[in-house]
Design a binder for this molecule. Sequence first.
Ligand code: SAM
Length: 186
Amino acid sequence: MIRLGTVFSGIGAIEHALDRLDLPHDIVFACDNGERKLKSKIEKVESAIEGMNDSEKNDYITQLYEKECGMNYVEQTYRANYIIKNDLFYQDVRFLDQEYKIQAVELCLEGDKSIAQVAKELGLAYNTLHRWVKEYKESNGTSFVGSGNIKPQNQEIIELRRRNQELEEELAILKKALGIFTRNQK
Ligand SMILES: C[S@@+](CC[C@H](N)C(=O)[O-])C[C@H]1O[C@@H](n2cnc3c(N)ncnc32)[C@H](O)[C@@H]1O
């Protein structure tokens, strides 16, 4: 069974193709902002949703869009075409969970594409992706914690990185202490 999650879902071209090809599939999620533009600054929204779980975050973003920009007609059309549970439709790719952000950052750091190229391909503003890369580098890969749904295996990596950093700091302190101790012995 194909499990399908789309961003920039539109009215669902991929879903339609799978239907026509008679390929059984499950719609896991869809995401489209209906070409609406939020008035709030992305940084302000990000700090407002910090620490919320996925469903709280989705409710908050949906309400904010409704308040600032009215109805999402693309979502309405998608829902007319496909059956999708209420909480599985997201409004804006920029507020999807941290895994999406990590994948976007890794495309910039590990591939041969520039931030500008990756941003264009993912439909993100250059400044947004640039900021994610900066946050990721500055936090030693532990960025975006608290901004949503962290998969258990990612949580484990984050914990291991954190523990590794602690051990490195402890080792540095021990080395320093050993240096002082041996100097005093002479
Ligand atoms: C070219 S259309 C995609 C069409 C789609 N593949 C289909 O099958 O209908 C691009 C879509 O991206 C959506 N979009 C633009 N910025 C977005 C964002 N930040 N988050 C989610 N969707 C966004 C637009 O509303 C538009 O429906």
